[in-house]
Design a protein around this ligand. Structure first.
Ligand code: DAH
Length: 405
């Protein structure tokens, strides 16, 4: 650390010891959970986002996200839980440890929130897989808030919640272990739920060369069975549910899949999953194991189960939202007054000399910082390039609507 940083940290610790108010120098530093991080050219976390890192919706017992979490935890009753990992992680935890290539788009500052070059807000709960495997856990769930820069509409919010699940088996007898488990939880096919799976294991979605085929097949069967059973349980009240499996790619699993459900005519991804890359288990000190992992989007599932129409509602502190739900119960959301919306258009010339170019997310970030949750929808409605000067101008329409008062 530079002397300057060191001086600041020492000052901070002294102030804490003396119980004196400490005003962190936020022009040079980012202040999160009692720690100071020096800013650099990658820093793009905003005060609006930072103010929400302490809300922990997944741990508020009457909050839909927490209710869903506890229902899933009760379903996986033999799994260990990790629910209080800090959202501040290293880029190594979030990306490198999981084998993300250097040029993966998720690493970009348009998609992720950086505290500085090496520290960021996790973009997924997979950032904690390695430490959970290292802890010795063989079946676990990790629930947490995750952060991604994104557009503004009724189903995108820069903070949402995921639940990571994983289970590992002895490589030497995975077939017997998984079969025993599958027998225990066999399910009756229900008429109201159909599951399609025409995924193919092949060169596009391969078994890892280090895995015996029978072992990889056993892990796959167990994974798909486990998630099919869970979805049936969660959605048992929904009439006519369609579920499908599709092939996918994740840097830390192979083969990989996504599970989608048909909701209001659209296929919604609710989960990514796959057979854990052996490198990851090796790194965690479990080379003799084989296993699977999944990541579930909790908002997606809650919006369907609780009938919540707008993702901003999860952040409402209005008692008409907060008092509606009871621990352990899925109840349908009762809409309370929704004020009329108000639109304003804003247009501006782009400064195309900026190094990184312009991205929609940059504009949405400004809107979020100024308007907070009043902004309901942001749409690009005009994109104009002047024929002579070649200067480009954009026009966005911002829809404002108060969710509560
Ligand atoms: N972390 C992934 C995401 O956020 C989801 C995911 C995919 C999690 C595959 C997993 C997995 O554990 O095995 O998109």
């Amino acid at each position: 650390k530079t002397n300057d940083e060191l001086r600041r940290q020492i000052l901070f610790i002294l102030c804490q010891a003396l119980n004196t108010e400490f005003l962190p120098d936020v022009s040079q530093n980012v202040y999160i959970e009692g720690k100071l991080y020096p800013k650099d050219e990658l820093t793009n976390v905003t005060p609006n986002i930072l103010s929400k890192t302490t809300r922990r919706l997944h741990l508020q017992p009457r909050h839909p996200i927490s209710i869903l979490r506890t229902l899933i935890e009760a379903h996986f009753n033999e799994f260990q839980h990790f629910n209080s990992f800090s959202p501040v992680v290293t880029a190594a935890q979030n990306f490198d440890d999981l084998g993300f290539p250097e040029d993966h788009p998720g690493r970009g500052a348009t998609d992720s929130y950086y505290v500085n070059k090496s520290i960021m807000l996790r973009t997924h709960t997979s950032a904690h897989q390695l430490q959970a495997f290292r802890s010795g856990a063989e079946k676990f769930l990790i629930s947490a808030d995750v952060y991604r820069r994104d557009e503004i509409d009724s189903c995108h919010y820069p903070i949402f919640h995921q639940m990571e699940g994983a289970q590992i088996f002895n490589m030497s007898n995975v077939a017997e272990e998984t079969l025993r488990d599958i027998d225990k939880t066999a399910f009756q096919p229900t008429e109201s739920i159909s599951t399609d799976d025409d995924t193919v294991i092949g060169s596009n979605n391969p078994i890892q060369p280090c895995h015996p085929i029978e072992a990889a097949n056993a892990a796959t069967m167990h994974l798909k069975h486990t998630l099919n059973v869970m979805v049936r349980r969660l959605f048992k009240e929904e009439k006519d549910l369609k579920v499908r499996w599709i092939d996918a790619y994740f840097p830390f699993t192979s083969p990989s899949w996504e599970m989608e459900i048909l909701y209001k005519g659209k296929w919604l991804e609710i989960c990514g999953c796959g057979v854990v890359k052996q490198e990851l288990l090796d790194k965690a000190g479990r080379p003799d194991k084989i296993g699977w992992a999944f990541g579930l989007g909790l908002e997606r599932i809650s919006m369907i189960l609780f009938d919540i129409p707008d993702i901003r509602l999860f952040w409402s502190q209005d008692s008409r939202f907060m008092d509606q739900f009871k621990p352990g119960e899925i109840t349908k959301f009762q809409a309370f007054s929704k004020y009329p919306s108000c639109t304003k258009d804003i247009s501006f010339w782009i400064n195309d000399e900026r190094e990184q170019g312009f991205h929609d997310n940059d504009f949405c970030e400004v809107v979020r910082d100024v308007a907070g949750d009043l902004a309901e929808l942001v749409e690009l409605i005009d994109d104009f390039t002047h024929p002579k000067t070649k200067k480009r101008s954009l026009c966005y329409r911002i829809n404002y609507r108060s969710m509560d008062k």
